[in-house]
Design a protein around this ligand. Structure first.
Ligand code: NAI
Ligand code: MG
Length: 365
């Protein structure tokens, strides 16, 4: 059987720096775990604009549609701030998400014990935390029509429309239930069915999909405002949370920050299954291109490395190898290895991007 294929798009700023460490990790799995990938690399964002005059070349887009998973670093930077909207680096990423129809955005919030002191919450509230927010990414109020700003009499009126079809809700619900089965088998769905019709439909459809296809998964429903409160009060009560685009945007940022630095946060965006059964998939760190530290060897590669761990788990059904990689990250942090972003106020001597890669490879060995 052919090796699974990966398209790597390092992008701009610290993207290539953190991705270089991921390449070493990928090679380690090929050499030591009999898990070889066919890896190709291409340009996205400003890097693609510099070469092709577009933030995503058509050939790259076509390749992204073919591969088993795409791994992206970050896009953007001050150099590109004055470009026309249509060729801005972000457009490359948005085109990937849109044309691959990546409707299910997975944002884990996992607390590494060694970093529990970093949280703004009490240590015992977050220690051992491991939850996953599934955010609907391609519909809802960010896309609904009508929208715009118009004049009514003497004043301006701004309009956006929250719109969800049954099938849009059903597919992201399935994605959440499938995930839950690979985790602790628990889903909490969040909306505001008390005040929004789209929320009433959301709750109904999630319940119907559950009853018909996933009765083995424990399902609960919560109003999103209460959900926000519960996330900060007692986050460990959750396993998988599924919610719409707008609430998901806010709740996932909130949950992520329970656990510390931007340099630690991975994400996945999944679409429908391909012919081989694997979902269309894009994995990327949550952080951006960090122009303030680019080229200084300061970037924390862990968010990007954990994004690859998510690829192992969700695209390649290699949960055991994902555990191995996440365990190596845990160990390195427990040993006190820290990039600059993980230094507390008391300071210390941080390691470089490459040294963090060295430490993770050594822990894997
Ligand atoms: P950012 O995430 O790039 O940086 C925010 C802060 O966090 C900076 O101080 C940065 O040094 C630090 N930081 C981020 N990642 C880090 C890492 N791995 N290790 C250590 N420190 C890290 O967000 P910002 O500054 O708002 O945006 C910078 C550029 O990135 C902009 O052009 C923006 O459009 C783009 N961006 C791209 C994203 C993507 O590719 N998905 C997401 C967010 C922003
Ligand atoms: Mg956000």
């Amino acid at each position: 059987m052919a090796n699974p294929s990966l398209l790597i798009l390092p992008g701009d700023g610290i993207g290539p720096e953190v991705m270089a460490q991921v390449r070493r990790v990928i090679d380690w799995f090929g050499a030591n775990r009999d898990l070889a990938f066919d890896v190709s690399e291409d340009l996205v964002g400003g890097a693609a604009y510099d070469k092709h005059g577009t933030p995503l070349h058509d050939d790259t887009m076509a390749r992204a549609q073919e591969v088993d998973a795409v791994l992206l670093g970050a896009v953007g930077g001050p150099k590109y701030d004055d470009l026309d909207f249509s060729v801005k680096p972000e457009r490359g990423l948005l085109r990937l998400r849109k044309e691959m129809d990546l409707f299910s955005n997975l944002r884990p919030a996992q607390c590494f014990d060694a970093l529990a002191d970093f949280s703004s919450l009490k240590k015992d509230v977050v220690a051992g935390l491991d939850i996953m927010i599934v955010r609907e990414l391609t519909s809802g109020v960010y896309f609904g029509e009508p929208r715009g700003i118009h004049k009514e009499g003497n004043e301006r009126v701004g309009i956006n429309t929250q719109r969800y079809t049954e099938s849009e809700i059903a597919r992201v619900a399935r994605s959440a239930f499938e995930l839950a089965r690979k985790r602790s088998n628990k889903v909490c769905s969040m909306e505001k069915a008390n005040v929004m019709e789209s929320g009433i439909l959301w709750r109904q459809v999630v319940q119907e999909i559950h009853d018909a296809e996933y009765p083995d998964v424990e399902l609960s429903h919560m109003y999103a405002d209460n959900g926000a409160m519960q996330l900060v009060r007692a986050p460990k009560q959750f396993d998988v949370i599924v919610t719409d685009n707008l609430f998901g945007d806010v709740l996932s940022d909130c949950a992520a920050m329970l656990t510390g630095s931007l340099g630690m946060l991975p994400s996945a965006s999944l679409g429908l299954p391909m012919a081989n059964g694997r979902p269309k998939a894009l994995y990327e760190p949550v952080h951006g291109s960090a122009p303030d530290i680019t080229g200084q060897g300061k970037a924390n590669p862990i968010a990007c490395i954990l994004s690859f761990a998510m690829a192992l788990r969700y695209s390649f059904d290699e949960g055991e190898n994902a555990d191995l990689l996440e365990g190596a990250v845990q160990k390195v942090l427990a040993d006190g290895v820290r990039t600059a972003d993980l230094m507390g106020p008391e300071g210390g001597s941080p390691v470089s991007t490459t040294e963090m890669g060295d430490a993770i490879l050594a822990a894997l060995d």
